[in-house]
Ligand binder design. Structure first.
Ligand code: FAD
Length: 373
């Protein structure tokens, strides 16, 4: 069986590496790997701090993946894996009420979290903070190091290979987009189910028609999957961070995270906006992120601002990924929204199990690609 993985972000590469390790014949293709969200992600592995009301299935998947990360990271070498935990901090009464609401949720779901004095753990934080929560099980990794390590192990080509039996669609925010994930659908894959008009434009773009024809020109079986781009701006600073925890600040109704790496990089993020496929960075986004981050951790004012970039999170209607067969020749592994780095190892494992026609380690029913139809 010849397998093509479409998309060389963290999801496609993790799947390919796992499937290759299981002895499968896998080729990855991507015409522009630099555009993927995986290149800008902060790398928080935060199943608890990211846990949210109504997302219990996603939490179970996230916890399963977080448990696999230490081994996954170790097998890739030095990828900036760090297990210092996350510190959630608040300043105003409303901020503290939000933290209390989250703490109640964590308690109900029996997740590891404790109330702490933030400055007792991180003295460099502003004295204006009035409360905090520690989620010690949340970790972090450097996604760029992970991508580099995976690319060393998994060759990526620009063009779709011919004679493929199964295509794994791992095209992130571009899934189902005419001329995006649709372009270069692997020849030999059965033509699609699905209404072309539902693919998001009603007409195939020039790229969408290339090499596939018919319904496949609209993305094959992936056409109409409800994945949309969710714009997120993120900054990279450089200095000598005196903090070791990932900080998530709830400051006067604004939210910011600060991710310190051992090599001196500090990631500050992130905005959230619906702007189609634009990856423009706005002055307002950068200003708000810097203002709030410096408010939380004043030492950042002296750091070098190295990079401001925007990425496209692959959003879905319920914020959970789409993992499963679309037809006999097409498997979806997309829509990981805010959690694609965290969910890499478990996605790779369950997709490989599906390819091998084995029972996946977790129940995939809540993540069935057809659950919204
Ligand atoms: C600002 C920001 C911060 C984030 N922080 C975190 C975090 O801290 N922790 C976390 O877990 N997640 C985080 N995320 C989310 C995470 O980045 C995504 O969920 C994850 O990167 C999705 O990975 P992917 O491989 O599905 O998609 P991508 O990385 O976007 O890769 C998709 C690939 O598909 C390719 N492609 C598209 N169309 C085609 C085609 N027709 N043929 C071939 N290839 C194609 C693209 O070129 C691209 O390389 C963050 C996201 C953003 C934007």
């Amino acid at each position: 069986m010849r397998i093509a993985v479409q998309g060389a972000g963290i999801i496609g590469l993790s799947i390919a590496w796992r499937a290759l390790s299981a002895g499968l014949d896998v080729t990855v293709y991507d015409d522009d790997p630099a555009r993927g969200a995986s290149n800008v992600a902060a790398g928080m592995l935060a199943p608890v701090a990211e846990a949210y009301f109504g997302e219990a299935d996603l939490l179970r998947l996230s916890l399963a993946s977080a448990a696999r990360w230490p081994e996954f990271a170790a097998s890739l070498g030095e990828v900036g894996y760090r297990d210092d935990g996350t510190l959630l901090v608040g300043r105003t009464g409303d901020d503290l009420r939000e933290l209390a609401r989250l703490f109640q949720l964590y308690t109900e779901w029996e997740l590891p979290a404790e109330k702490v004095d933030p400055r007792a753990l991180e003295p460099a934080l502003t004295p204006r903070l009035r409360g905090g929560l520690l989620t010690p099980g949340d970790h972090q990794v450097d996604p760029r190091r992970v991508l580099a390590a995976l690319r060393e192990r998994v060759p990526v080509r620009a063009e779709a290979p011919a004679g493929v039996d199964v295509t794994v669609v791992a095209t992130g925010a571009w899934t189902g987009r005419p001329g995006g994930a649709t372009a270069g659908s692997a020849p030999g894959v059965g033509a699609a189910a699905g209404d072309p008009a539902a693919a998001g434009g009603g007409a195939a773009g020039p790229g969408g028609a290339a090499g596939s024809g018919g319904a496949a020109a609209f993305g094959g079986a992936a056409a109409g999957l409800p994945v949309r781009p969710v714009h997120g701006e993120v900054l990279r600073l450089r200095g000598k961070p005196s903090i070791r925890h990932v900080i998530r600040g709830y400051i006067d109704g604004k939210y910011v995270y600060i991710v310190p790496r051992r090599d001196g990089e500090v990631v500050v993020g992130a905005t959230t906006a619906e702007r189609g496929f634009s990856t423009r960075v706005t002055a307002e986004g950068v200003r708000d992120l810097l203002d709030t981050a410096i408010e939380v951790l004043p030492e950042l004012a002296d750091y070098e601002l190295v990079e401001a970039r925007a990425g496209l999170r692959p959003g879905t209607p319920d914020n959970a990924p789409l993992i499963g067969w679309l037809d006999d020749h097409t498997l979806a592994a997309t829509g990981h929204y805010r959690h694609g780095v965290l969910l890499g190892p478990i996605t790779a494992e369950v997709v490989t199990a599906l390819l091998l026609r084995q029972e996946p380690a977790v129940d995939l029913a809540p993540f069935a690609p057809g659950r919204f139809s």
